[in-house]
Ligand binder design. Structure first.
Ligand code: SAM
Ligand code: SF4
Length: 469
């Protein structure tokens, strides 16, 4: 296995010096950028770095693409429909470019790493001048300099093992932040394109993660979500450390109230992690544990490396160690070869576990992955019907899950408010990810309050604030 490559301080400084130089040249022009993010939390996190670098170069963020001098689309390619949508979105930018010939249009993110995609886009859309993949974000200053001098730039397929530290960030959530702990993935689930477009799995050093969390918490952020395609394999490529040790090591950082993490791969969630969740004060009682299927045959074909029984065993152990723990999951229906009986096994697993929520997907073949070449691809209408059936069951399980919360009391981090009714309804989550709505004052957004659940309706729980005597 090739080792990770730490981008040197010298290389980062060179890019940042270039950013400062561009800033001196561009600042007086009052240039604006607009970044739109598609896909998962990894992309949201990447966009914060992209925006931070653009600010360093001298741009300020704007809310509408019509006002922008630079537009980036940060793309996702996990499922096929994203590609079709993106093509339409890029095409629609031509009018803006015609109206403002100085406009820089850049497309970045996972999709740009797909075979032939970058060249195809550049050819099809002459108004696009910059294309780059997720592993070269730190080179944006160099890319912008080249674009400003009239070049059309493609920068992909490089730095597949790179980790770049200490880049500028523009984070817009004042209470909550994502922190990467690993990049890339080694698991090669047969349906998934991520290992091909994000490179091999590499872990950040504990000290760098610690420093980032410490800095965020000293700026007032209280909730941290650690990000990795498989957080449980953190440090497998380092000489020491483990995910369990990381949770324990970060738990006592001053100001930190909630430590979340995603995603957990069931094959690597071991007893040490269970002990760490149970024994720490700030690690949240929620695990996002994608199961993908309830059928052992399908799990094998997916190369998931655990069985239904092993999955259920982890759930059982976690519930025994942490009684108020909640689980969310990802499920794919219509994987090649999935028979009606195999699909029923997924339904029975969903019924048995009682997930708080499930993100459900119809299998989408991705070129280059093993599953795309498998026989017995399932017709779209069957996938659609199975997805509906699964969603109906999950909706019923969500109602059941909510009902057990009547009378529950706990601390909620207020995320926002809803003004649809006469009274102001605040909403926020308990530590275990359950969302509750309750009357309150908009000034309480971003603070912690105690909430008792009074009632539930179809999708949500309704509560009231209370003071601890
Ligand atoms: N690394 C994470 C994990 O293993 O749980 C998930 C990453 S992926 C971006 C998020 C989810 O997308 C997966 O858990 C899977 O359910 C879904 N997914 C990935 N590839 C897919 C495909 N080809 N078709 C349908 N859903 C897919
Ligand atoms: Fe994709 Fe599997 Fe890696 Fe998750 S663990 S990113 S599903 S290959």
């Amino acid at each position: 296995m090739q080792n990770r490559v730490l981008i040197s301080e010298k290389q980062i400084n060179r890019q940042m010096n270039l950013a400062d130089q561009l800033n001196r040249e561009l600042k007086s022009r009052n240039l604006k950028f607009y970044v739109e993010t598609f896909g998962c939390q990894m992309n949201v996190r990447d966009s914060e770095t992209i925006k931070g670098i653009l600010v360093r170069i001298g741009y300020t963020e704007c809310a509408e693409k019509e006002e922008a001098d630079l537009i980036f689309y940060n793309t996702c390619c996990v499922r096929e429909h994203a590609e079709k949508r993106l093509m339409g979105n890029i095409g629609a930018l031509k009018d803006l470019k015609d109206a403002n010939p100085g406009l820089i249009i850049g497309i970045c993110g996972c999709m740009m790493q797909q075979d032939g995609m970058a060249k195809k886009l550049l050819k099809r859309f002459p108004h696009v001048s910059l294309i780059f993949g997720p592993n070269v974000v730190f080179r944006i200053p160099e890319m912008i300099e080249r674009v400003l001098s009239g070049e059309r730039v493609i920068m992909t397929d490089e730095e597949n093992f790179a980790i770049a530290e200490n880049l500028p960030q523009l984070r817009d959530n004042p209470r909550s932040a994502f922190v990467n702990i690993t990049f890339g993935c080694n698991n090669f689930c047969t349906y998934c394109i991520v290992p091909f477009v994000r490179g091999r799995e590499r872990s950040r050093d504990f000290e760098n993660i610690y420093k980032e969390v410490e800095t965020l918490c000293s700026s007032g952020i209280t909730e941290i979500t650690l990000l990795g395609q498989n957080v449980n394999s953190y440090a497998n490529d380092l000489n020491s450390g483990s995910f369990a040790e990381l949770l324990v090591g970060l738990n006592d950082i001053p100001g930190l109230k909630r430590l979340r993490f995603m995603s957990s791969h069931p094959k690597d969630l071991n007893d040490d992690v269970i002990k760490a969740i149970a024994s720490t004060s700030h690690v949240c009682h929620h695990v996002h544990l994608p199961v993908q299927s309830g059928s052992n045959e399908i799990l094998k074909r997916m190369n998931r490396k655990y069985s239904r029984e092993e999955y259920l065993d982890i759930i059982r152990k976690l519930r025994a160690a942490v009684p108020d723990i909640e689980f969310t999951t990802d499920i794919i229906v219509g994987f090649p070869g999935e028979t009606e009986e195999m699909f029923q096994e997924t339904l029975s697993l969903v019924d048995e576990v009682g997930f708080a929520a499930a993100f459900t997907f119809a299998y989408s073949p991705r070129a280059g992955t093993a599953a795309a070449k498998m026989k017995d691809q399932i017709p779209e209408y069957i996938k659609k019907r199975r997805l509906q059936e699964l969603n109906q069951l999950q909706a019923k399980k969500t109602v059941e899950n909510n009902q057990k919360y009547i009378g529950y009391e706990g601390e909620v981090l207020v995320e926002g408010f809803d003004q649809r009714t006469n009274e102001t309804l605040l909403y926020g989550k308990y530590s275990n990810f359950k969302m509750v709505y309750f009357p309150g004052n908009p000034e309480q957004v971003n603070t912690y309050v105690n909430v008792r659940v009074l009632a539930t309706n179809k999708n949500s729980m309704i509560g009231e604030q209370f003071q601890i005597k």
